[in-house]
Ligand binder design. Structure first.
Ligand code: PLP
Length: 389
């Protein structure tokens, strides 16, 4: 009886998605004492200066609610950063919202924009969260597969737009495939958004993690997109503080006002002392960002070599800190089975590819992160060498 009662209490909304496979793989990794190359968080310390700033903020009594849409000094620094790095002008008073991670910013943006049944264009492969974000906000996702070399299929993209299209999610650099969208590609997207009166919601959380001279371009910096883009980023990846849960959304006034309403009632605000510490992060000098990308470049090559040696086929990512690898021929297992085999028998956790694809393509792939210490990656490489195919 109790079962039937609880069953009746659940919303239809939660039937449309399952718990995160990425976070589930982390739990399995802990259970099997495996090396966790599944979830994208660093296993090395956050910058000393940042940790001190957070401790000082708590001791300095920044312990009560901040202004709901973010501490003033942090919004001002975000506005300065947006102008300098992203070439986006944003008024800190009315166009910047600090959120609980970019995760909350994306959900708040979708809830603020979408009416039940309206469509959202999403490139495939995509970050796992966008499916549930769509389900919760009532959006219908329209997946547009990237080509094998990760470039845009112009016809497929064009035909995804229709009268119901309300938004497009753009993640650059991309998780899981490491694609960095070029200016020409952004122009194509911008033209389609303008023609169909569509808002671009971007996820630029890996904006500083770029390789081989690639440049990050924010679509909001294109003239026609300034007022039709919600630019989302955060502190998790750039400053190795994924547990702090500080992100933000930059958008023109009317969009920001809608996002702020959702944000206020969803979370009230992001952690006040950590917001204060993030002001210190945004004052880091330029070499910090160069060093960050250089550090990840070394890790990228290490993991790439280990995976190719173990029989995986993969492309070197252009940005972010993941490698999406094809399962070696002859394994005879799909992505779920092989991920379970790897974590329990080889001691390395990865994410099944189907978490990032609507179609079948993901069934032959696994995603590995290299956001780990060199010694962690070396040990993973050693274990992968023992992979018996
Ligand atoms: N967006 C992408 C593409 C990610 O890969 C991740 C984390 O892995 C997030 C957002 C989560 O960011 P945050 O910690 O700011 O919520």
């Amino acid at each position: 009886m109790a079962y039937a009662f609880y069953g009746a209490m659940l919303s239809r909304r939660v039937d449309h998605f399952v718990e995160s496979v990425i976070r589930d793989m982390t739990r399995l990794s802990i259970k099997h004492d495996a090396i966790n190359l599944a979830q994208g968080f660093p296993d090395f310390p956050a910058p000393e200066e940042l940790k001190r700033a957070a401790a000082d903020a708590i001791m300095g009594d920044y312990n009560q609610y901040s202004i709901t849409w973010g501490a003033k000094d942090l919004r001002e620094e975000i506005s300065r950063k947006a102008l300098k790095y992203n070439h986006i002008e944003a008024d800190p008073e009315s166009e910047v919202t600090v959120t609980c991670g970019s995760t909350e910013a994306m959900m708040a943006a979708m809830l603020a924009l979408i009416n039940e049944g309206e469509e959202v264009v999403v490139f495939e492969p995509f970050y796992e969260n966008y499916g549930p974000d769509a389900a919760v906000s009532g959006a219908v996702p329209r997946f547009v597969p990237l080509k094998d070399d990760c470039t845009i299929d112009e016809d497929a993209l064009t035909s995804a737009f229709n009268k119901k299209t309300r938004a497009l999610i753009l993640n650059t650099p991309n998780n899981p495939c490491g694609k960095v969208f070029t200016k020409d590609e952004l122009k194509l997207i911008a033209d389609l958004c303008a023609d169909h009166d569509v808002i671009a919601v971007t996820d630029e959380i890996y904006e500083y993690i770029l390789y081989d001279g690639k440049k990050h371009i924010s679509i909001a910096s294109l003239d026609e997109m300034k007022d039709r883009t919600i630019t989302i980023s955060g502190f998790s990846k750039t400053y190795s503080v994924t547990g702090w849960r500080i992100g933000y959304a930059v958008a023109e006034k009317r969009l920001t006002s809608a996002i702020r309403k959702v944000h206020d009632f969803l979370t009230v605000g992001a952690p006040a002392p950590l917001q204060h510490a993030c002001v210190t992060a945004l004052k880091f000098p330029d070499p910090y960002y160069k060093e960050l990308a250089k550090m990840y470049d070394g890790k990228r090559k290490l993991l790439y070599n280990a995976l190719t040696k173990a029989g995986f086929r993969c492309l070197l990512p252009e940005g972010a800190y993941y490698i999406l690898a094809d399962i070696p021929d002859g394994v005879g297992m799909d992505d779920m089975e092989f991920a379970r085999h790897l974590v329990s028998k080889v001691g390395v956790a990865a994410v099944p590819g189907s978490s990032f694809f609507k179609g079948e393509a993901g069934k032959h792939k696994l995603r590995f992160t290299f956001s780990k210490k060199e010694e962690t990656l070396m040990e993973a490489a050693r274990r992968l060498e023992g992979l018996k195919l």
